[in-house]
Design a protein around this ligand. Structure first.
Ligand SMILES: [Zn+2]
Length: 245
């Protein structure tokens, strides 16, 4: 990461002297201007465009990055996720996946075994994530966005339950994100008794949609941000919820 050339802390060198202790030789550490860029790059790696989400002063999700949450909220969720993510170290591994991606990874494992794929989203099957564990196990925090998959698949709820149970088994935190207009309940493609059971220990949080996040910049910027976020969701995927209503 390149340091900020006008940084008052390091003067553009990217290094600051830490704990001067003469006569020992000076020790240097990376300047906050570099660390900040590393954190932002890490956040954007997890979810392209997330650093451009609106800035909120506080969030009900703050400090809960090690808890299991079931968050219901519209796009304001991204502002709250940003709030949490930029406060983690650059080594923090966040992954934002979707219900569709879970099913795709499950289908991939079937395809590899030579099985027949009966799913409207079969064209998305890739070997990027071969199994559900490949997709869901590694991250420090896994966010599962619900409502992306539209094409029906009988195994949907089992795939979600397996992903949730895998994380619960490893005692690793998961945030399930659904929306008020398409809540995860008995009318949802991914709902089942098993999913309900898996979610029993999750803290439910409803994000207040009436609180408009404090946006930075002009209205023009927020349009760009919105478009960027849509791109980040998979661009050409037909099954995006927004385009299928
Ligand atoms: Zn600096």
């Amino acid at each position: 990461m390149t340091p900020d050339p006008d940084c008052p802390e390091c003067g553009g060198t990217g290094m600051v002297e830490s704990d001067p202790n003469p006569p020992h030789p000076p020790r240097f550490s990376r300047c906050v201007c570099v660390l900040r860029k590393e954190v932002l790059a890490n956040v954007n790696r997890a979810y392209p465009g997330l650093v451009d989400a609106p800035v909120v002063r506080e969030s009900p999700l703050a400090g809960k990055h090690t808890n299991n949450l079931w968050v219901t909220g519209g796009n304001a969720f991204l502002a709250h996720l940003r709030h949490v993510a930029v406060r983690q170290p650059a080594t923090w591994f966040l992954r934002v996946t979707s219900d569709a991606e879970l099913v795709t990874s499950w289908l991939s494992s079937i395809a590899l075994k030579g099985g027949e794929i009966l799913d409207g989203d079969a064209y998305m099957v890739s070997t990027q994530f071969i199994t559900i564990p490949d997709l869901v196990v590694p991250p420090d925090l896994l966010v599962i966005r619900m409502g992306v998959k539209v094409a029906r698949n009988e195994a949907s709820s089992e795939v979600l339950a397996e992903a949730l149970n895998e994380r619960l088994h490893l005692n690793r935190p998961t945030w399930v994100w659904d929306t008020p207009d398409h809540p995860l309940n008995s009318g949802h493609l991914f709902w089942s008794k098993e999913v309900q059971r898996s979610l029993r220990s999750f803290e439910e949080i409803k994000l207040d949609s009436t609180i408009v996040p404090r946006t930075v910049g002009s209205a023009k910027k927020s349009t760009v941000t919105k478009r960027r976020q849509q791109d980040a969701l998979g661009g050409s995927r037909k099954s995006l919820r927004g385009s299928s209503k």
